[in-house]
Design a protein around this ligand. Sequence first.
Ligand SMILES: C[S@@+](CC[C@H](N)C(=O)[O-])C[C@H]1O[C@@H](n2cnc3c(N)ncnc32)[C@H](O)[C@@H]1O
Length: 263
Amino acid sequence: MTIENVTQRPVGGSDPARVYDYFIGGDSGLEADRSAGAWIRLQAPDLLAAMQENRSFLSRAVRWLSRLGIDQFIDIGSGFPVSPNTHEIALSMSPSGSVVYCDVDLEVGQRTRALIAGTKGTDFVQGDIRNPEKLVAQPAIQKLIHSGRPVACVLAAVLHFVPEDADPERITAVLRESLPHGSYLVVSHVAGDIPWTERNNVETLRRAFEDMYPRTRAQVAKFFGDFEMVAPGVVPAVKWHPAEGTSGEKPDLAIYAGVGRKV
Ligand SMILES: C[S@@+](CC[C@H](N)C(=O)[O-])C[C@H]1O[C@@H](n2cnc3c(N)ncnc32)[C@H](O)[C@@H]1O
């Protein structure tokens, strides 16, 4: 199926993790995911750019934290592996570090386990962020939390799949509470208060992913609780420590990003 002949959202069978993977250059998708992706691309080209910008933020944040000496990462809602993955960046900068991936999707688990098999310092935990107590109780995560060193907990493009009735503020509070002092929280999240152009509207996003909950900057900021925000705070992802030479050139896309530190 080509983009040109997609005029309606293909019905059923597509999966958010695989559609997203299609957008950021992965190859995990089935026909249903590729056609859903093509439909989104046609309806909302900025959405494609926003997802790529999210992935770029994730890489920049991991690199930025690694430069600070953070060498332990818990990457929740990690998605299908697409290089550069968190462990590829983190372990290239700190070879003795640790990265634990976590996702609710069984296929993501299979693909991630296959990729990291034999890579020292990596692990994968199958789990649902909506049950954060169970997640942090997993031995692989406990090991990092009790290592005596700070940890970065990465929630990139995952909280917008958590509805209000699952209480995302409580979820993030439990995760923050579990981290040792000096740890970091990394969040990116689809924005509900950054306007899209006429053809790139939030309705397309909702119809594309069905269960997606865009939030305002103030709502995203609350996920950091009393953590000290790293400058520039919660901002459109393009503005979070932009890569050298790109500052100010890109328009704000509807995805927020921020990093906070537990003091
Ligand atoms: C858009 S992808 C983000 C991948 C990666 N973090 C990134 O930013 O490039 C969202 C991922 O969150 C996962 N996810 C959705 N709901 C989840 C939940 N309740 N618990 C854990 N993972 C979840 C999906 O399976 C998917 O792999």
